[in-house]
Design a protein around this ligand. Structure first.
Ligand SMILES: *Cc1c(COP(=O)(O)O)cnc(C)c1O
Length: 434
């Protein structure tokens, strides 16, 4: 009772009240903790949806900032001044040429390859995590990263004036390493795979009192991915799609798009609808796809070996929840080879003018596989999530994209080169035809 009167007079108070164990339901104060003390289940943010319903309308959201913070009431922060570096509201592109190529009728690309400030969907989760980190009093922030997360954490920490130390596997693509170093954080390149980096970071989190965005701040961090659900619903004209296809690393993003859609239904912003959830992994790191295929309820960890390094998590924390969502929504989780990933990157670039990284190539290749297997109805409104930018993983396509034609600064040199390239094109076509 007194709670209700309090929230009415203080309409900017937080709409979240606790962290709640996903397994046993035990509630905790919203501090920097991420596992249940009783059953070791993951903690998740719990909201007061009747309060959100009272505060939020389609119009109030549209009048908000041009960033993820237009959905502030659905995010776990107290502050009226969240860290806003323009993250979110990335384009939802109607992908007609790719659709025609695949035989689909209503295909959309949610293009987080151009997210701000570091060109991946991770800017969403980090904007939320660092806002919360500041509220909880952390002065040093950190993360265990497959690459993109280190870019985001370092950049947004620089903007917010927080000290930053990030941990990455030592064998990352040079674009990912440079895209972190430029912000001058401390960078630890760990000689091991992501799962080993993550284990080390759990130990550091216990001893150093730092805010690890994807460890002790994970309940807040992961909520940032819900905005990929909200934006698609808003950009489709306040409707849910029929089918989504998204990449899976830890599986968190996938589960949070689902949570975002369910919350919009819960507070009355969109009509309820059955949305199918399909997930994408690389063959070289496909523990969730394997469990799906073998109809298991548990994940068997694997040792990653794939060019899709940003999604190479062998022991995915939210794997079982992602499995559950794919199954109950009548979706699929598939995996593709490294060669198919490269083809996927090229296909998206050639048909839509979007240069994605290996995770996006994985998602496009899985989309193609699902269409070929009849698992996507051509008339379903299908949204494919492209989560990262190809300029960061140039190694993956080196040798697969041809060469520029080097010419002298003379008209006849240009004409000869043009003729030669047309002949080559014809020869290639003849090879395709035979
Ligand atoms: C981290 C990442 C993902 C997936 O993240 P999870 O939430 O751990 O499943 C997908 N794509 C890109 C480009 C990423 O960097």
């Amino acid at each position: 009772m007194s709670q209700a009167t309090q929230t009415k007079t203080q309409s900017t108070a937080a709409t979240f009240r606790a962290l709640k164990c996903k397994e046993c339901g035990t509630e905790y104060e919203p501090k920097a903790i991420h596992v249940c003390e009783f059953c070791f289940g993951p903690l998740e943010v719990a909201y007061d949806y009747s309060e959100i319903r009272r505060r939020v309308t389609r119009e109030s959201i549209q009048a908000g900032p041009h960033s993820i913070w237009r959905y502030r009431e659905f995010l776990p922060v107290d502050s009226d001044q969240p860290i806003d570096v323009g993250t979110g509201l990335t384009p939802l592109v109607q992908a007609n040429r790719l659709a025609r190529r695949l035989g689909l009728n209503k295909l959309y690309i949610k293009n987080d390859a151009v997210n701000m400030p570091t060109l991946s969907f991770k800017d969403r989760v980090v904007s939320v995590a660092l806002t919360r980190a500041r509220e909880l009093g952390f002065s040093t922030v950190s993360c265990a990263s497959t690459g993109n997360l280190a870019n985001s954490t370092a950049a947004i920490a620089a903007h917010a004036g927080l000290d930053c130390c990030v941990f990455i596997p030592a064998d990352l693509e040079s674009g990912k390493v440079m895209g972190t170093l430029i912000y001058s954080p401390t960078v630890m390149a760990v000689q091991g795979n992501y799962d080993q980096v993550n284990r080390l970071c759990s130990e550091v989190a216990n001893t150093h009192g730092w805010g690890f965005v994807n460890i002790n701040l994970r309940p807040y961090y992961s909520e940032g991915s819900k905005t990929l659900g909200y934006e698609v619903a808003e950009q489709l004209g306040w409707q849910l799609p029929d089918h989504i296809v998204a990449p899976l690393a830890s599986g968190s993003l996938f589960t949070k798009i689902y949570k975002g859609f369910r919350e919009f239904v819960e507070v009355g912003l969109v009509e309820d609808k059955a949305v199918r959830f399909s997930g994408a992994q690389a063959d070289g790191c496909s523990p969730i796809a394997q469990a799906f295929r073998e109809e298991r309820d548990f994940i068997t960890p694997v040792k990653p070996s794939t060019i899709a390094k940003s999604i190479a998590i062998g022991n995915p924390a939210d794997g079982v929840y992602a499995l559950d969502i794919a199954r109950k929504t009548n979706g699929t989780i598939e995996s593709v080879s490294d060669a198919e990933i490269v083809d996927g990157i090229k296909l998206l670039a050639e048909t839509e003018g979007i240069f994605t990284e290996t995770a996006g190539g994985t998602t496009i290749a899985v989309l193609q596989k699902l269409v070929a297997a009849g698992k996507i109805d051509p008339d379903e409104t299908t949204v494919v999530y492209i989560t990262g930018n190809g300029l960061k993983t140039q190694e993956a396509v080196q040798g697969y994209v041809g060469e520029p034609l080097t010419i002298e600064p003379k008209l006849d040199s240009f004409e000869r080169a043009l003729e030669r390239s047309r002949t080559l094109d014809r020869l290639e076509w003849q090879q395709v035809l035979v």
